[in-house]
Design a binder for this molecule. Structure first.
Ligand SMILES: [Zn+2]
Length: 302
């Protein structure tokens, strides 16, 4: 009898603990791995972050599972990229608009005057804004301000965390600018599977050529491959790149097309475009991903 009593007490204490923890921490759901990493940096131990997409996942094609929908409905705050990056989730987000949930499309909150226009997306803008570090710094400030509104007692912690994180991004800016300076401007031609790098290109004077267009939802045709293979030969581009979240076959077709015209080109490695690397690795963070991409691109194009 005594033993049963103890067990019941322990269970009661355990479940009590659980609920109190749940109510203390903000429950935040994020979409892309870049945003998940950012919110973990700003929220620290104060928030519970549930990222829907993992490494190597293509956000253009990602559909919400039933599990995702229930995570979204249970969230206090949802952070996503917006500008129709998560094209198949738009409907889910719209359905939830009537609920009192805080939904924040970070890229939609940017000043649109300097964004790159695009006809591919219903938003009319290229959504791959995280490749401009200045925009990612604005994401950090937005995340801190939204978390502070939802959890005013810790608002100053979120602000401080954003400040500290943005200082790291400033250091990253300096570091990669120096690396890119070592590559002559005429060699700065970035050929990849899809046009994820336009903001990167405009920030660092790269000419960016994507085989598939801005979204991975449309496949590259034979004509695109031919046109681009001529471009590579004319400009003597040494390397082209695959991406971790896009199938390799389109870039391999391009490599073959160039070689069939007696010209040499190599696949210069895999870049992270719309998703970070595996959790626990350097490339599993936004900062590590950026550093890896820049070093890979510059080393291969030199
Ligand atoms: Zn993309």
């Amino acid at each position: 009898m005594k033993r049963i009593f103890i067990i019941i007490l322990t269970l009661a204490a355990f479940s009590c603990n659980n609920t109190s923890e749940k109510s203390e921490k903000l429950n935040v759901v994020t979409t892309t791995t870049m945003i998940t990493d950012l919110v973990k940096n700003i929220g620290g131990d104060l928030v519970e972050v549930n990222g829907l997409m993992g490494a190597g996942v293509d956000p253009h094609l990602y559909k919400a599972s039933e599990g995702d929908v229930s995570k979204l409905y249970n969230a206090d705050v949802i952070f996503y990229n917006g500008l129709h990056l998560e094209g198949k989730l738009v409907e889910v987000f719209e359905k939830m608009e009537s609920s009192d949930k805080t939904q924040v499309a970070l890229a939609d909150r940017l000043d649109k005057t300097n964004l790159i226009g695009s006809d591919y997306f219903a938003s009319n803008y290229d959504p791959h804004v995280w490749f401009n570090i200045d925009y990612f710094k604005e994401f950090a400030n937005q995340v801190a301000s939204v978390l502070g509104e939802k959890d005013p007692a810790n608002a100053s912690v979120y602000t401080e965390n954003a400040k500290a994180y943005n200082a790291k991004l400033d250091a990253l800016q300096k570091e990669i600018s120096a690396v890119i300076q070592s590559l002559p401007v005429e060699k700065r031609i970035l050929v990849t599977a899809h046009d994820a790098f336009n903001y990167f290109g405009s920030a660092y004077e790269f000419q960016v050529v994507g085989l598939q267009g801005l979204s991975t939802a449309t496949e590259a045709g034979v004509q695109d491959v031919q046109r681009l293979s001529d471009f590579i030969i004319e400009n003597d581009v040494k390397a082209i790149f695959v991406e971790s979240s896009v199938p390799r076959r389109t870039i391999e077709a391009l490599e073959q097309a160039v070689r069939s015209k007696d010209h040499d080109v190599k696949i210069g490695g895999s870049l992270y475009s719309d998703a970070l690397g595996d959790p626990g690795t350097d490339e599993g963070t936004y900062i590590g991903m950026f550093r890896y991409n820049v070093n890979t691109i510059v080393n291969e194009l030199k």
